[in-house]
Design a binder for this molecule. Structure first.
Ligand code: SAH
Length: 500
């Protein structure tokens, strides 16, 4: 059997955007993923759907597998010829036993690669607005474990050297021994008023930062019940947080946002939310599939050159069109001189990805604007293909037909309601609910009994007026309606509304 390969990948500290490109590539091609509790679910989700995912735990005191068992496991998988990603929080070599795992792989003759990750030791302070070095304050920094082998006591941590006034001192895993660490630093000459910050769940929407001094930090931790996983930073750089704080003071920071759009389209939205410190809860209420009868779509594609215009009102329509076209062994040239219209920038982008430049996109991204713009650009008798959702609204074909255009309104795909027994629970845990089409609202209503009551205490945000009207008809109060009917517009509107 051919020997496989193991990638030791650092997942970064929590924010999925901090995974390296190389780590993402390794994940995308692995067939087994071995991960522990610090790895975020958004990163675990980058592994292929059919990849075997093995959770090995490793939270202080609650090991699912021992370190030896984990090491044996990855060696065994490698020897079996598997492509294994061993995913670790932060960096693989910063207090993460990556060294031992690599040695074991070497000893067993299993090829491996190391993909370093961004360590929480630097990133958690950075997300709290604390620079690990600053010319005004320090010329070095140290990273130590506060979780020393109890048998060894503190003998191996050289507090004499650590207690250097021109150094930023960082501790990982120090919450259990904080009082002893503080005592040692004081004993070795660090003044009691030296600033200390503790950053827990750094880079995540749940990030919290406690700022105190060496003298007061232990009491503050007790008072606030501040708990691991946390980074302890000791040094004057902590004071810079006042100016440099940037992540945990945004309006959407810490907010849990329900994303109801189809899973395939949720990625952009989720990424934007992570950037703002919000936590996306991806809970699609609809899924996109083929229409009940694909005949008309196929016929229209065969004869697409006969139309003066094709109108696309979503990325799904574009994808359906070109997927069907390509199944027929054809490509964009099938369109000949036929012009294309897109309802908005995402649809135009999808067309651009297929090599087509749009001939028309309205200034506002709604059906009414499409209809109006098309009237200006066509003449009575012109043939227009409307390639869109089976359940779409009638405004475009009605307007165009009333003005004598010949419209083929073709069902390109169908939006189906997803049945998710967990949806009501996920929604209940969210602060903000988002709807990006009327069908996401319908799917939500189908899954959440008593939806208006559940929504009452939350912020409800809709991508545009039509979606908002659908929600209101169902008795849901709508707080935010985007004015540019795009995901970016929705995120902007939310940001403004929440900070207002
Ligand atoms: N290899 C990891 C560290 C693993 S040791 C890295 O490079 O980040 C586990 C310790 O890391 C935790 O006890 C905590 O001290 C720290 N830690 C990991 N992720 C953290 C986060 N997001 N915020 C704060 N501390 C974190």
């Amino acid at each position: 059997m051919p020997v496989g390969k193991v990638w030791l990948v650092g997942a970064g500290p929590g924010d999925p955007g901090l995974l390296t490109l190389k780590g993402a590539r390794a994940l995308a091609q692995c067939d087994v993923l071995v991960y522990d509790y610090l790895a975020s679910s958004a990163i675990v989700g980058l592994a292929p759907p059919d990849c075997e995912k093995i959770y090995v735990g490793k939270k202080a005191g609650a090991h699912t597998l021992t370190q030896d068992e984990i090491t044996q496991l990855i060696v065994k998988l490698g020897l079996e010829g598997r492509h294994v990603v061993r995913l670790k929080g932060g960096d693989v070599f910063v207090f993460a036993r990556g060294g031992e795992e690599a040695q074991a792989l070497h000893a067993a003759g299993v090829p491996f690669e190391i993909v370093p990750g961004i360590t929480s030791a630097i990133a958690a302070p950075a997300y709290a607005g604390i620079p690990i070095t600053h010319r005004d304050h320090n010329t070095s920094f140290s990273i130590s474990t506060g979780h020393e082998n109890p048998l060894k006591g503190y003998s191996s941590l050289d507090f004499e050297k650590l207690a250097n006034p021109s150094q930023t001192i960082v501790f990982l895993m120090a919450m259990g021994n904080l009082a002893a660490i503080v005592g040692e630093l004081r004993k070795h000459g660090i003044p009691g008023d030296k600033p200390v910050a503790i950053v827990r769940e750094g880079t995540k929407p749940t990030q919290e930062t406690l700022v105190a001094t060496l003298d007061t930090i232990v009491a503050e931790v007790e008072r606030t019940k501040f708990a691991a996983p946390a980074i302890v930073v000791i040094g004057d750089v902590v004071n810079e947080r006042e100016d440099i704080r940037w992540f945990d003071n945004g309006p959407l920071f810490g907010k849990r946002v329900l994303v109801t759009r189809p899973a395939v389209q949720a990625d952009d939205f989720s990424a934007r939310l992570w950037e703002l410190g919000a936590e996306p809860i991806v809970a699609p209420t609809i899924a996109i599939g083929p229409p009940d009868d694909p005949g008309p779509a196929n016929d229209a594609i065969e004869r697409v050159r006969d139309y003066a215009w094709v109108i696309f009102t979503s990325r799904n329509g574009v994808d359906a069109f070109f997927d069907r076209l390509s199944e027929r062994g054809r490509d964009a040239r099938a369109l000949g001189d036929t012009k294309v219209a897109a309802i908005g920038p995402k649809t135009a982008e999808a067309l651009a990805a297929r090599g087509l430049r749009v001939d028309f996109m309205p200034a506002t991204f709604i059906n009414e604007a499409v209809a109006e713009g098309m009237l200006e650009r066509t003449r009575s008798g012109d043939r227009v293909l409307l390639f869109r959702a089976q359940e779409a609204r009638d405004v475009v074909p009605e307007t165009l037909r009333a003005a004598g255009r010949s419209v083929d309104d073709v069902a390109a795909y169908k939006t189906r309601t997803v049945v998710d027994p967990e949806l009501a629970r996920k929604a209940a845990g969210a602060d903000i609910l988002t709807f990006t089409s009327s069908s996401t609202v319908a799917g939500f209503l189908a899954n959440v009994p008593g939806a208006p009551a559940l929504c009452a205490g939350k912020t409800v945000a809709c991508i545009g007026p039509v979606t908002a009207a659908t929600a209101r008809e169902a008795g849901i109060r709508v707080d935010v309606v985007a004015d540019a009917f795009t995901i970016d517009g929705l995120v902007r509107a939310l940001d403004n509304a929440v900070s207002a």
